[in-house]
Design a protein around this ligand. Structure first.
Ligand code: A5P
Length: 234
């Protein structure tokens, strides 16, 4: 298959998975919306579907701008008690719904909005699924003054740390990308990283995993219920 044909097939797979994920959104709901290429397709598909929702909480400026363009009302998270659903992509996942997110830089707001949701629906390519997390980097958002301290602490956990150069998050912080982490227990590692002073959040989403995975595949989207049984109180 040519590169162009394989890209077109990938977009088709993703769109099919997004359409499947729309089934988790009900009329007149206020929903949480993540950040990234998958979510961009979700917003576009939602607009095309003509399905009426009451509004959406955005996890980044780019998502907010796209929601507004699609005519979807932006809601401040402080103005809603809970969200019935949060929909987002991921950089890596296990079948238990444990995720790595945030290579797009929006992990802090994504984690907050995910925590406020009754159900977290994650849409991803089958190629992002693995038995363990850690094959790719785990991002960590840090307060700039703590960058070196956090780097040393994370190195003690076995990771190799690289600063994302020339980048600041929407919260004015820096991002560390941690490579080669061995992650037999994602919940434990998320807690350890989050306890390091200066860490705002890590991109490990294990204490609050995805509840539903919508996996894009050539055979059509596959829906797997995942994390409901292993959600850990935060
Ligand atoms: C954004 O900060 C990330 O958490 C994204 O949700 C994640 O990187 C998936 O992005 P894509 O949909 O672009 O693959």
């Amino acid at each position: 298959m040519s590169l162009l044909a394989s890209r077109a097939r990938g977009s088709e797979r993703r769109r099919d998975a997004v359409i499947e994920a729309l089934r988790f959104i009900e009329r007149d709901w206020v929903i949480g919306v993540g950040t990234g290429a998958t979510v961009n397709v979700l917003i576009e598909t939602l607009r095309e579907s003509g399905r009426k929702i009451d509004g959406a909480v955005a996890t980044s400026k780019s998502t907010a701008a796209r929601l507004e363009l699609a005519g979807i009302r932006l809601i401040d998270l402080n103005d809603v008690p809970m969200l019935p659903v949060y929909i987002d992509g991921a950089d890596a996942a296990t079948m238990e719904g444990h995720l790595v997110k945030g290579l797009g830089g929006a992990l802090v707001r994504e984690k907050i909005v995910a925590a406020c949701a009754d159900r977290f629906v994650c849409i991803l390519e089958g190629s992002k699924l693995g038995e363990r997390l850690g094959a790719g980097p785990v991002p960590i958002e840090v307060i700039p003054i703590a960058r070196s301290f956090v780097t040393r602490a994370v190195e003690k956990l076995g990771g190799e740390v690289q600063l994302r150069e020339g980048y600041a998050t929407e919260n004015g912080n820096q991002l560390l990308h941690v490579h080669n982490l061995d992650i037999p227990d994602p919940v434990d590692l998320e807690r350890r990283i989050d306890h390091i002073p200066g860490v705002v959040e890590s991109g490990l989403f294990a204490c609050r995993p995805a509840d539903v995975l919508v996996i894009a595949s050539d055979a059509g989207p596959m829906v797997r219920q995942s994390g409901l049984a292993n959600k850990v109180p935060i």
